[in-house]
Design a protein around this ligand. Structure first.
Ligand SMILES: C[S@@+](CC[C@H](N)C(=O)[O-])C[C@H]1O[C@@H](n2cnc3c(N)ncnc32)[C@H](O)[C@@H]1O
Length: 229
């Protein structure tokens, strides 16, 4: 697939995929969108409303569908450092970006980080093996189709960040969504930008309680699904 780097309205970049006529993030603001959906409505919400089983001393287990530019992983790493929360981050990606594509991503600069090395480290750690990026943040990237992976552990949080079901409906089927719901611990949450009816129906059928929330600028709503205890 060919990729084109573009600048979004908050000044941060994203990638446009001409074959799909689809962007990796919102054109209204890539960093703004990731922060709103995955960090604020996902990670921060979970930490401020943890299920009874949550223990702050064991690492939080996060699963991401679609590693892409590594923006969600990077924002999560920065939060783990800021809050002093240990996180084991697992991310699935079928089509990794190339080194030249990674090099031009401007997220550390946009986020006021003078040192790009942690962002580079997220991308350059080997696939399919756990790597410690910082004392608080461990990353395991799987170079794999996320529909085919067998989950060997359970997760506190899922960031479901596949391309839009309008262009890739096969990634949002009831079977795929049920597998991600099953991979969650009781009380765990899944966050996504997508509020499509069939997606909500599939998540409900998988034992999730849904909450529609205001979306980031340019998007009316987003979804947070909680696995019933
Ligand atoms: C919306 S972008 C994800 C953006 C990413 N979370 C980020 O922070 O940049 C969707 C990602 O899913 C990946 N993808 C597409 N099909 C996939 C599949 N079957 N299995 C795993 N990843 C897939 C794409 O290559 C792309 O990186």
């Amino acid at each position: 697939m060919t990729h084109r780097l573009i600048q979004t309205e908050d000044g941060s970049c994203t990638i446009y995929v001409p074959e799909l006529d689809e962007h990796y993030h919102s054109i209204h603001g890539a960093i703004q969108e990731s922060r709103h959906i995955f960090i604020q409505a996902g990670l921060i919400h979970y930490l401020s409303h943890p299920p009874q089983s949550f223990s702050a001393t064991s690492p939080l287990n996060i699963l991401e569908a679609g590693f892409g530019t590594g923006l969600n992983a990077y924002l999560t790493l920065l939060e783990s450092e800021r809050l002093g929360i240990p996180i084991n981050y697992h991310s699935l990606e079928k089509y990794p970006l190339t080194t030249p594509e990674i090099t031009v991503l401007d997220y550390p600069e946009q986020l006021g980080q003078t040192d790009r090395s942690l962002f580079q480290k997220l991308h350059h750690t080997p696939w399919n093996t756990a790597s410690r990026i910082t004392p608080f943040f461990q990353l395991r990237k799987y170079h794999q189709d996320f529909r085919e992976i067998t989950f060997r552990e359970t997760f506190d949080l899922v960031y479901f960040d596949a391309f839009n079901p309008k262009v890739q409906p096969h990634l949002w089927t009831p079977e795929v969504l049920e597998r991600f719901a099953q991979a969650l611990k009781a009380g765990g949450i899944l966050v996504t930008y997508c509020v499509k009816g069939s997606v909500k129906q599939a998540l409900r059928a998988s034992g999730m309680t849904l909450r529609r929330l205001p979306g980031p600028p340019g998007k009316r709503e987003m979804l947070r699904a909680t696995k019933q205890a």
